[in-house]
Design a protein around this ligand. Structure first.
Ligand code: GSH
Length: 220
C-alpha cells in the first residue's frame, strides 16, 4: 500500500497528481495522509522520525519511506511506466527530469525566500528586501516556464499529463500568493487552466480544497 503525506497547496501536489494519474490508469489506490503545516504537524517527533527535514511530501511504500519530490517522481514513473508521467525515451526523460530538478532546486527555494524568509535569515529587518528581491527573481522564472509553452500542445510534453504540469501549476499559484498576477502570463495561465481541468488534477485540487489561482495583491 502507498501512502502520501501531503499538505494543501504545497509542493506535495506534484506526487499527489501523479498518484491520481496512476489510479486513473491502473486502479491502484493510495492513502492520502493530510499534514496541517500551519499547525506544525510536520515537526512532531513522529513525523521528524520519518522525514528529519519536517517537510511534505513523504511517500510511504509498504512501510518504507521515500522523501524528495524528484526521487518520488522517479520512483512513481519507474514503478508504473504505463501512466506516462515522464517520457519513455531516455533523452526526453532526461530533459523532463532536468526541468523537474530546476523547478525543485531553483524556482521552489526562491518562493521559500518570499514565503518563509525566516528559514534563511535571523534578521527580521532583512525580510522585506528578501521578499522584494526574490519576487522579481521568481517572476523571471515564471517567464522562462511560459517560454517552454511556446508551441506546446495540450500539456507541457504533449498530450499526456506529466509531473511537470503539476509543478508548473503549483509555481504559478505560488506566484499569485506572492502578489504576481497570473494575468501577466496569459499563455501560462491558459495552460494552467487546461491542466486544472484534467480529471486527475481536478481530483487533487478538490481533495486539497484549493483554488487553481491564488492571486492576492501585496500591500505596497
Ligand atoms: N526539496 C524538498 C522540498 C520540500 C518542501 O519544501 N516542502 C515544503 C512545502 S512546499 C514544506 O513541507 N514546508 C513546511 C516546513 O518547512 O515547515 C522536496 O523536494 O521534497
Amino acid at each position: 500500500m502507498i501512502q502520501l503525506h501531503f499538505a494543501a497547496g504545497a509542493c506535495s501536489f506534484v506526487p499527489h497528481v501523479g498518484l491520481e494519474v496512476i489510479r486513473a490508469t491502473t486502479g491502484a489506490e493510495f492513502e492520502p495522509k493530510f499534514v496541517k503545516l500551519h499547525k506544525g504537524e510536520q515537526k512532531t517527533p513522529e513525523y521528524l522520525a520519518m522525514n528529519p527535514d519536517g517537510q511534505v511530501p513523504v511517500l510511504v511504500v509498504d512501510g518504507k519511506v521515500l522523501t524528495q519530490i524528484v526521487a518520488i517522481c522517479d520512483y512513481l514513473d519507474r514503478s508504473t511506466p504505463q501512466a506516462g508521467l515522464l517520457p519513455a525515451d531516455s533523452w526526453e526523460r532526461a530533459q523532463a527530469m532536468s526541468r523537474l530538478a530546476w523547478m525543485n532546486n531553483t524556482v521552489h527555494p526562491t518562493f521559500t525566500h518570499i514565503y518563509m524568509p525566516y528559514v534563511f535569515s535571523g534578521d527580521e529587518a532583512a525580510f522585506d528586501e528578501m521578499r522584494r528581491f526574490n519576487t522579481e527573481r521568481y517572476r523571471g522564472f515564471l517567464g522562462r516556464i511560459q517560454g517552454w509553452l511556446d508551441g506546446a500542445d495540450r500539456f507541457m510534453l504533449g498530450d499526456r499529463l506529466s509531473f511537470l504540469d503539476a509543478y508548473a501549476l503549483t509555481l504559478l499559484r505560488w506566484g499569485g500568493l506572492s502578489g504576481i498576477d497570473p494575468d501577466d502570463f496569459p499563455a501560462y495561465k491558459a495552460y494552467v487552466d487546461r491542466v486544472a481541468s484534467a480529471p486527475p488534477v481536478a481530483a487533487a485540487l478538490e481533495r486539497e480544497r484549493i483554488p487553481v489561482h491564488a492571486f492576492r495583491k501585496q500591500a505596497a
